[in-house]
Design a binder for this molecule. Sequence first.
Ligand code: GSH
Length: 267
Amino acid sequence: MAKRAAAKAKTKKTVTKKSAAANAKGGKGPKGLKGPKPIDLYYWPTPNGFKISIMLEECKLPYTLMPVNIAKGEQFKPEFLKISPNNRMPAIVDPNGPGGRPISIFESGAILQYLGRKTGKFYPADERGRAEVDQWLFWQVGGIGPMCGQVHHFKNYARETIPYAIARYVDEVNRLYGVMNKRLADRAYLAGKYSIADMACVGWVNGWEKQGQDMAQFPHLKRWLEAMKARQAVKRGMALGLELRQGIDMKDPKVQSVLFGQRARTA
Ligand SMILES: N[C@@H](CCC(=O)N[C@@H](CS)C(=O)NCC(=O)O)C(=O)O
């Protein structure tokens, strides 16, 4: 089912990214082709999308970019909902899933864990190491991600200015930055070694100015952000598809009604 949905979506709008990663050799594909079949990456250039583009680049996994223009409402298309029933990107379809069959996955945390297990990279195999990564990954997905999202919404995009909402979310993000800063005081990365937990956070922390934060308050977090942004795969991951977003005005009433209006029913 996922395969059919992916094929349908492809006919609409496909951009193939030919990077060093896409050309990397990685064993034999199912039909004896050299290298694995690319993973379809359903994506829009936002901090949630960057998590997966960074991981794919870090692992040098070949992938095909499948843009999901969330400003136009492409996340509500029935073919996309078969892959991502929560009408949100990112999502992936891996043609070389478990048992050699395709698998589709939505939710960025689940995708990162899947890719970590698949490649054995950036996600430790031992239980103690894995639990360390999982804590910070879930902290990102359930904490700093949604809170930063609310700041961006109320501070930068909402047509109505609601000082209470702005202050509430700016303060909460400030608290979360403090938690991360403290964690990074005595280790280079969130779980000690560089991992999928760091990849999950970088796109969000990179937006600190728009979130009303002052990086001078968080020296360890600042050092971490600089180290993250110096990585070539992070640079490539956070540059992926930026051109697609050009010319989109988040204050345009049409865009606002798609993203922040009455939400489409998916059932
Ligand atoms: N918990 C989800 C969040 C994904 C998410 O919120 N994606 C946003 C873009 S950053 C989206 O697709 N929004 C479309 C919409 O709100 O309709 C994840 O981590 O994958």
